[in-house]
Design a protein around this ligand. Structure first.
Ligand SMILES: Cc1ncc(COP(=O)(O)O)c(C=O)c1O
Length: 391
């Protein structure tokens, strides 16, 4: 899921390097802090998230998951009368974390880094793609009998772009008093277009929501953002106090006290500039153009006798494999794995392989503002050409 860089974002990112200010504290970079405040407000508007939520820019979705799940961990500790950020976890029960099979590897990584533990995650998949088994999740929540749990909803599964039913997860979180976190690294952008917004409906009811900047926002690496409904939970997690450091000041936010990094790059320059330059209408156009690329790719795959579409292209990912004739599945897996390597070595287009429902498959994801229809055609043609040469 490799985004591009808009001209406005690139220019502003150069400026961030040129000025080389530390976006830790307002006093060190009043410009960086004010741009971050405005950029976060505009991002909430772009995604139709409540204006009163707090947030912070991060290095990417992994650290945005970390920030949100840190807030969730703090909430869970409060429910057990414990300040876990001050006193740690000793003596507390394991933290129940529930998700569908769509949960992203980096949410699990973040839970490991937070000491909640990678193994704390239980996934409830109804099929071999990992689609949520609602009844099993409901049953697990009922078994907890009111004890607090963290739910992770996935807005955009990485292989085929499917979504968890966020509204239903929000209903379950309400009914069982759970924290709902939504990982929308790229899928949150579904909310930018009325065509796809229903896929991510319910994100506005979550306790925390994240997305990436360096994917569909098309700002340079590295950039992501976390939004938390109750922003007051961020400071106790990420505060760092010393006599020479500035303290919390809600009127002049010190974003280095609201996220994991202290000294920080002026990431807000590029986010502010790209949103200022293109606005909501520009981003809607960009998202819809990429949706069109995915639809075009899905149609070309569908029409090609030697390609097989493995899932509907709901958003911006098209999951398919090369399938010439009636080869057995293990031979097809071998062929597609070799084709994936050949494609990278060939160098005309860049697309990785995955395993989806047991099959080796391609999953090109369209998020770059410069992608054109002819690039999509080149991708499909190149895969077919190289596939034929391998047979
Ligand atoms: C759904 C999802 N969550 C999290 C991540 C992690 O993002 P990043 O690489 O920006 O940390 C990704 C992307 O790789 C993703 O697709």
């Amino acid at each position: 899921m490799t985004g591009g860089v808009t001209p406005a974002a690139l220019g502003a990112d150069w400026l961030a390097s040129l000025l080389d200010q530390n976006s830790f504290a307002w006093i060190e970079s009043p410009l960086g802090a004010q741009l971050e405040r405005v950029a976060l407000r505009w991002l909430r508007e772009l995604f139709n998230l409540p204006a009163e939520w707090g947030g912070v820019l991060t290095t990417g979705a992994t650290m945005a998951n970390f920030v949100s799940l840190a807030a969730a961990r703090r909430w869970w500790g409060e429910r057990h009368d414990r300040d876990v950020d001050r006193d740690g976890f000793a003596g507390l029960p394991p933290v129940p974390v529930f998700s569908s099979g769509y949960v992203h590897a980096t949410a699990i990584k973040a839970l490991g880094m937070l000491g909640v533990g990678r193994a704390s995650v239980r996934t409830f998949g109804a099929d071999d793609a990992g689609r949520l088994d609602r009844d099993a999740l409901r049953g697990a929540l009922e078994e907890l009998d009111g004890a607090p749990a963290i739910l992770i909803g996935n807005a955009g599964e990485v292989n085929a772009g499917d979504f968890d039913p966020l509204d239903e997860l929000a209903d379950l979180a309400d009914a069982h008093g759970a924290w709902l976190h939504v990982d929308g690294a790229f899928g949150l952008f579904a909310r930018v277009s009325p065509e796809t917004a229903p896929l991510a409906a319910g994100a506005e009811r979550a306790d925390s929501v994240i997305a990436d900047g360096h994917k569909w926002l098309n700002v340079p690496y590295d950039c992501g953002f976390a939004f938390v409904r109750d922003a007051s939970r961020l400071l106790p997690v990420f505060n760092a106090s010393a006599a020479y450091l500035p303290q919390d000041d809600p009127d002049r936010p010190n974003y280095g006290l609201l996220g994991p990094e202290s000294s920080r790059r002026g990431r807000s320059f590029a986010v502010w500039a790209t949103l200022a330059a293109y606005g909501r209408a520009g981003y809607r156009e960009l998202v819809e153009r990429n949706l069109g690329h995915a639809r075009l790719a899905a149609r070309l795959v569908d029409e090609a006798p030697d390609l097989e579409l493995l899932a509907p292209a709901l958003l911006n990912i098209v999951c398919f494999r090369y399938r010439p004739g009636d080869l057995p599945d293990d031979a097809l897996d071998d062929l597609n794995a070799r084709l994936g390597e050949t494609l990278l070595a060939d160098g005309r287009v860049y697309a990785g392989t995955t395993r989806y429902r047991g099959h080796v498959a391609f999953r090109p994801a369209f998020v770059n503002w410069r992608t054109r229809d002819q690039d999509v055609e080149l991708l499909v043609d190149t895969i077919r050409e190289l596939g034929a040469s391998l047979r």
